[in-house]
Design a protein around this ligand. Sequence first.
Ligand code: PLP
Length: 352
Amino acid sequence: SSPKITRLKPAYGPAAGIAKLNANENPYGPSEAALAAIQEASASGAYYVNESARALQAMIAERHGVDPEYVALSSGSSGALVACAVSAGQSGNILGPDLFWDTTSKSVEKQGIAEITRLPKTPGLEIDLQTMYESIDDSIAMVQVVNPNNPTGLLMDPVALRAFCKKASAKATVLVDEAYNELTDMPQENTMVPLVKEGYDVIVARTFSKIYGLAGMRVGYIIAAPEKIEAMSRYGIGWYGLNQAGLAAAVASYEDQVFMDASRAKIREGREMVYAALKENGLSGLPSQTNFIFVDLGSINAQTFREEMAKENVLIRGIYRDYTNWSRVSMGRLEHVQMYVDALPKVLSRLS
Ligand code: PLP
């Protein structure tokens, strides 16, 4: 007998009245310019990407002052991040902090080829670079840091991180995931891209999913030595994961300072609203340099909190690992952040 399948009406975003604050998207995107470019490029959707990918690769290379061979585009940065993990996993484990965006690196565990080795927890949830350095033994093929980190939102001191990357990369490849770099107050100072140019064994990952507001268009990239990229090509790095509409959106957004500044301003405003609401309700969050805040719920369970917030049409994240009383909320449109602010006292009173 044939399986019973329910036909679904495709929904490309959250329904009206839902505050979707659970995936660190920038709902102010795609920009006007990106939307126009998507429409134009889609008309050529019959053709595989080639020149369009080269055009984006060249723009990125120019911005970072590297040859285009240092730039590998992928379907979201996830495409390249999986390749980094699986490639490293052939020769050893991946070392990371206790809490980081480990979704792509978990693929080595799913494939049964390597493990993620985690550092002990730290009281402030920051990454202890000294312990990390000391933990790089022969079993480690790659060290992964996310800066600013997800889900904590914490930014590392760039001077300390740079010194760490230089030392650590003599022992293992260092992957720095800079998905949220453009959201920090000083993106140029915070990036580790110059180390790639200086010849250190460092890979930097970036994405169009965050500040550029193109999460659903799936474009990201890594910057790494050409031989590193070449070695990863067998693990899925390549243009076949890209599409004309996404590339067009990325090209149209990459130099759109007006859109980026406007997005950053809204995100900052959202953060201020959330911090104020937390304070008013006797809670606090970690200092964020991103479009999300990691909230200390005190004695409240983050999964219960998530379920109660959902009843108020506010979607947020639940428990990460064993951080049972920490809750991540993303900055969406300000009217949606306001829904979080309004729901907070109601939910807290129900749970107290
Ligand atoms: N890196 C970090 C730190 C993230 O938080 C995310 C998504 O949330 C990604 C990478 C992957 O995003 P994408 O594949 O859309 O570039």
